[in-house]
Design a protein around this ligand. Structure first.
Ligand SMILES: [Zn+2]
Length: 784
């Protein structure tokens, strides 16, 4: 039995390694036929919505009440679900995202952890966390009030419909619920509250606060994959009418347009608000810091209800606090005005009043240029320590100065970067509505790419974290067991930020700068954005549109960058220099002679030259050679040459005499990722020439290729990827002659008392303190 098992194991092992071998040999340029879904009437082969494309719609009417004493949300909603599909539905699915914080949630159960030799208190507190989160569903009823049969499966709720929902029909129903708001600073979260101990106030950034419809489409059926924390959201579009009741001294920012300014704003605030609608240069402060500080010190026991309306959005978020300062300005996009606005507590100043709203305005302008005009009436940036999180028309952003109001460049650029990123999410995935639960790269990657363009248009040499090819090389060349292909489900990704943000953003940059060029890329990217604006695209729709609109076959690129973990390491192995043999006898013989004379000599021959030989000793010996010289030109040589020349055309003769240099370069692909070859030649006179060879140079599937370059001038230096555009992880094998920059190494003396950096810092602090004390002592003595 045992031998049999062993035998089976051996056979299995053999087949496995064989199929791995086959995979290696598959051509990297083969089309993505098996990887992509077959085009159909819903999504066509060009990557556009097909002629029978459909999507569902969910409209919401909500009444929300914040309990600022107990940090709770109470809600009631009426959802009207429109079945635009050709299918008959007997049940519908809703998402209960808050249940991720329920005591028995799977997110907690599947979280892996371990204790090393130390742990921070905040980590320890998370282990002890017994927060009673999750939706407490009070009722699920028909619009008439009759109970609806429903079943809660962790973060999902199925409602069984009283009768089948036919294609084209709609169904309205009500849900009532409440939940405890999480302390975001203690246990984290995309939404929650921050408590400010100094003035005993809360700042709420609220989202995923209501039961939301799942997406139903022809790709997934119901997208009811459980919410485990990483893979974000998939939501249908709809119209929202939301009433939010908060203490009357709070300010509220939300998805949508404010409907009742007259009953929630003061006369002065309304005047400033109207002014902001006309102002396009500088933000107008609608609620000042002074006013905010005054509100902070008191407590109103009255409530106010803020009413918002939003059309064609996939979600709703809001923020509320009595600490808020509020400013706004207008942005004009193709003649239409949009309000860019910010709310922040005094803790965000002076940074926030300087930069937040302007960064929002700039983001709307640049993203609109690369995609489509921002279609919503407002765009908010809300101050929220430590997080960056996006919702339609509103996002929560970090960036807090020190207590004394100073801030580092890192804090400033971090804040501007996160605002650009989160406001940018309005485009991907809020409007180009991809499935975040499945594919993080479709929103984070595309968004990080446009974020990079926007940052570079904010300020020259903006220190962008992600985008340039050379910034991804450490990740790409790292331990492959900790790298996943981009096309991996959100929950299963290793190195989340590098995989889902940086790598796809870099890939798009490389397409734009190197593979397609800016003009073709920008056109195709805009085409994708406009085709899928207010729709639900899939990865195939993106891949296909980029090719269809540009006329560039990119299957090899998607395959390498999105479906594998291969990296780029191409080496310039060899440079051979050739010139044409003119065949002119005199030149040829002279060259042969010189070659023989210059040839290296054998060590034995060199040493033996010193030996006295028999011939040296015996003078009687002598030869009678004829005068044949192998290097002399004979008449026959001349005749041959004349005949050769006579048969040549003028063009051929010219070529023969031109004196061109032929350089044969050999490249090998070590990393496995196929990429274009960008080759820079430097000539004797210091001038340079760049040749760009498309990636198709590799399409025969060889690991090594050679190519001849015809150059008039003599080359002194060849550089592969001279502008760092292919993410080549090893640039040391990119030069000819081989790089002569020395690598430095350190020599140290063994010292048992060597300090680690922390000990060093502590010692420096102690020395500084001692010096200060000594100075104070001296001052005192002087005064005496
Ligand atoms: Zn993001």
């Amino acid at each position: 039995m045992r031998t049999l098992l062993l035998l089976i194991a051996c056979i299995l092992g053999a087949t496995l390694s064989l199929s791995a071998q086959e995979n290696i040999n598959l051509n990297k340029f083969r089309q993505l036929k098996t990887e992509l879904a077959t085009p159909n009437v819903y999504r066509n082969a060009a990557g556009a919505p097909g002629h029978e494309y459909w999507q569902q719609q969910a409209d919401y009417k909500m009444k929300i009440r914040l309990d600022d004493e107990k940090q709770m949300i109470h809600g009631e909603e009426t959802i009207t679900y429109h079945n635009n599909s050709p299918d008959v539905l007997s049940y519908i699915w809703l998402q209960l995202d808050q249940n991720m914080r329920a005591k028995d949630s799977d997110s907690k159960k599947i979280k892996t952890n371990s204790i090393g030799s130390e742990m921070s208190f905040s980590e320890l507190k998370k282990l002890h966390n017994d927060f009673d989160g999750g939706f407490k569903i009070e009722s699920v009823t028909t619009s008439g009030g009759g109970a609806l049969k429903h079943s809660i499966n962790k973060t999902m709720m199925r409602i069984d419909l009283p009768s089948d929902l036919k294609p084209g029909a709609q169904f309205s129903f009500k849900v009532k619920w409440w939940y405890n708001i999480n302390d975001r600073m203690a246990i984290g979260g995309r939404s929650g509250y921050e408590y400010f101990e100094k003035d005993d106030n809360y700042l709420y950034t609220i989202a995923q606060f209501f039961p939301r419809m799942c997406v139903y489409n022809e790709i997934e059926g119901w997208q009811n994959k459980q919410f485990l924390g990483r893979g974000e959201f998939a939501l249908p579009f709809g119209d929202y009418e939301v009433e939010i009741t908060v203490p009357s001294d709070h300010l509220v920012a939300a998805t949508g347009e404010l409907q009742n300014a007259t009953s929630v704003l003061t006369g002065e605030q309304r005047k400033r608000f109207d002014q902001a609608k006309r102002e396009t240069k500088q933000p107008i402060i609608i609620a000042t810091q002074e006013e905010a500080e005054e509100r902070e010190g008191k407590r109103s026991n009255k409530n106010k209800t803020w009413k918002f309306k939003a059309e064609n959005v996939r979600d709703f978020g809001f923020a509320t606090s009595r600490k808020f300062i509020w400013d706004a300005m207008s942005v004009e996009l193709s003649g239409k005005k949009v309000l860019a606005m910010s709310m922040y507590p005094k803790e965000g100043n002076p940074l926030w009043e300087q930069y937040s709203t302007k960064a929002v305005a700039h983001t709307l302008e640049v993203y609109s240029k690369y995609t489509f005009d921002y279609p919503y009436p407002v765009a908010w940036s809300i101050h929220a320590a430590r997080i960056g999180m996006e919702y339609p028309m509103i996002c929560f952003n970090f960036g807090r100065p020190e207590a004394d109001g100073t801030y580092s460049a890192r804090t400033k650029y971090g804040m501007i970067g996160v605002i650009i990123h989160e406001v940018g999410h309005n485009f991907f995935p809020m409007i180009v509505n991809s499935d975040e639960r499945q594919w993080t790269w479709m929103d984070e990657g595309l968004n990080t790419f446009v974020q990079y363009l926007t940052e570079q248009e904010w300020e020259k040499n903006y220190p962008s974290r992600r985008g340039p090819a050379y910034k991804i090389t450490d990740y790409m060349g790292g331990d492959k067991s900790r790298i996943s292909p981009i096309m991996t489900n959100s929950e299963a990704i290793h190195q989340f930020g590098a995989n889902a943000y940086a790598k796809p953003a870099t890939a798009l940059n490389i397409l734009r700068e190197t593979v397609m060029g800016r003009e073709l890329f920008d056109h195709a990217f805009k085409e994708y954005s406009q085709r899928w604006m207010f729709k639900h695209p899939s990865p195939a729709d993106f891949f296909r549109t980029m090719e269809d609109a540009s006329g560039v076959d990119l299957d090899w690129f998607w395959r390498g960058w999105f479906y594998t973990t291969d990296h780029c390491d191409i080496s310039l192995d060899d440079v051979k220099w050739f010139q044409i043999n003119s065949k002119e006898p005199k030149q040829q013989k002279a060259a042969s002679k010189k070659k023989k004379e210059d040839a290296p000599k054998f060590i034995g021959d060199i040493r033996n030259a010193e030996i006295e030989t028999y011939m040296d000793r015996d003078e009687s010996l002598g030869d009678f050679y004829n005068d044949y010289d192998p290097f002399a030109v004979s008449i026959l040589d001349d005749v041959d040459y004349e005949r050769y020349i006579k048969n040549l055309s003028d063009e051929e003769k010219e070529l023969l005499e031109s004196g061109y240099n032929y350089y044969q370069l050999t490249f090998s692909n070590i990393g496995g990722l196929v990429m274009p070859l960008i080759v820079e030649f430097t000539f004797e006179d210091g001038s340079t020439q760049v040749d760009r060879i498309p990636a198709e140079v590799w399409q025969k599937g060889k690991d090594s290729v050679s190519k001849i370059f015809v150059l008039e001038k003599k080359v002194v230096d060849v550089q592969l990827d001279p502008f760092l555009e292919t993410a080549d992880i090893n640039t040391e094998n990119n030069t000819w002659p081989a790089a002569s920059q020395p690598s430095k190494f350190t020599v140290y003396k063994r010292n048992r008392n060597r300090m680690n950096p922390m000990q060093k810092a502590a010692k420096a602090d102690a020395m500084k303190k001692a010096l200060e004390e000594k100075e104070q002592q001296l001052e005192k003595e002087e005064k005496k």
